[in-house]
Design a protein around this ligand. Structure first.
Ligand SMILES: Cc1ncc(COP(=O)(O)O)c(C=O)c1O
Length: 354
């Protein structure tokens, strides 16, 4: 606290990211990073970029990257917005498209950055409870609102929602923007990008941090109607002209162009997830259906906090949310490589047999 702070800062409750431990040799399954490195083509592109041109500002419009993303999804460049990670893209989305008189709607159990953006920008919101099966129930969103946002698959549950349900929402909700945060979509969830040309109020966000294994590079994007994208560009150009640096643009383009590597690594993660689900179920865990690179699981006999603490004592870190109470016994476990997943299973067996 300081007398020099603005009243806004006094009242902010910032987002707390998952721990990035300084200790070596931890099995790190807490922030949904990809266990495999980025495509070798990305490393080559970054090395090529480390040249004299670094003294020059990057392209403020990131035109090459936007063109590559547009081509990848069969869209036009003016339907693409890029930013410094999808967190930054989402921040601009909240400010540009979701701040209205009516409340923004999002699930009660979801990405915990959403309430933070609402606090930062003074956005009125209402949370909509997930149903008893932890699903997003579209009927509960069919009421007056200033916008709707949720991840698909949802986080931290990992549960996918069928595209037909999203289309049902879009057909009924035409007066406000619907944002589908597809950070984890490449791990087995249907994408709403296919609907972008039909619904002018649909915006879909993606990240390079998960399926492209580039969390350290910070690249995310949104696709939607050109008018929605123009709103985001207005905010971005009032905030930071150069969110995508030269490395980020070169690396992201190279990642997009290596389709074979992308398919191979994402299939490996999906196969490991399916194995891990079976292994955990064999130990008595209840695991929610996952379309993501993480799973949400609880054990009927042990508190989530106790399980997380035991894993940590055995050098395995997973994410545990104390609130809301409904999910306090769940662990959110990132899918690692086979050796990491085995270390997790071994640590759980040790705990359960103690
Ligand atoms: C649901 C969801 N959306 C967006 C993000 C932001 O990802 P990034 O800023 O790395 O693109 C995350 C990160 O974990 C997430 O879980």
């Amino acid at each position: 606290m300081s007398q020099y702070w603005s009243s806004l800062v006094h009242n902010l409750t910032p987002y707390v990211p998952g721990e990035q431990p300084k200790l070596q040799n931890l099995v790190k399954l807490n922030t949904n990073e990809n266990p495999y490195g980025p495509s070798p083509a990305v490393i080559a592109a970054l090395q090529a970029e480390a040249a004299d041109s670094l003294r020059l500002y990057p392209d403020p419009d990131s035109s090459r990257l936007k063109a590559a993303i547009a081509e990848y999804h069969g869209l036009q460049s003016n339907q693409v917005f890029v930013g410094n990670g999808s967190d930054e893209v989402l921040a601009h989305v909240f400010q540009a498209l979701l701040k209205h008189d009516l409340p923004l709607l999002y699930p009660d159990i979801t990405y915990s950055f959403y309430p933070v953006y609402c606090g930062l920008y003074g956005i009125a919101f209402e949370t909509v409870p997930l149903n008893a099966q932890f699903e997003i129930a579209i009927d509960d969103y069919l009421r007056p609102n200033g916008g709707i946002i949720f991840p698909n698959p949802n986080a931290p549950t990992g549960m996918p929602l069928a595209l037909s349900e999203i289309e049902r929402l879009l057909k009924a909700n035409t007066q406000s923007v619907v944002v589908i945060d597809e950070a984890y979509v490449d791990f087995g969830t249907e994408s709403a990008v296919a609907l972008v040309n039909q619904y002018p109020n649909l915006l879909v966000t993606h990240t390079y941090s998960k399926s492209r294994s580039l969390a350290g590079l910070r690249v995310g994007y949104a696709v939607g109607d050109a008018a929605l994208i123009e709103a985001l560009i207005r905010v971005k150009d009032s905030f930071n002209s150069y969110p995508i640096d030269r490395f980020a643009e070169a690396g992201a383009i190279a990642a997009l162009q290596d389709e074979a590597y992308f398919q191979q690594t994402r299939q490996q993660v999906i196969a490991s997830r399916d194995q891990l689900v079976l292994d955990l179920q064999n130990l008595g865990f209840e695991v929610l259906p996952s379309g993501a690179n993480f799973i949400f699981a609880r054990h009927p006999n042990y508190a989530g906090e106790q399980l997380a603490a035991s894993l940590r004592a055995q050098a395995v870190i997973v994410r545990h949310f104390k609130k809301p109470a409904r999910i306090a016994d769940f662990l959110r476990i990132t899918i690692g490589n086979p050796a990491q997943n085995q270390a997790l299973m071994q640590a759980l067996r040790t705990f359960l047999s103690a």
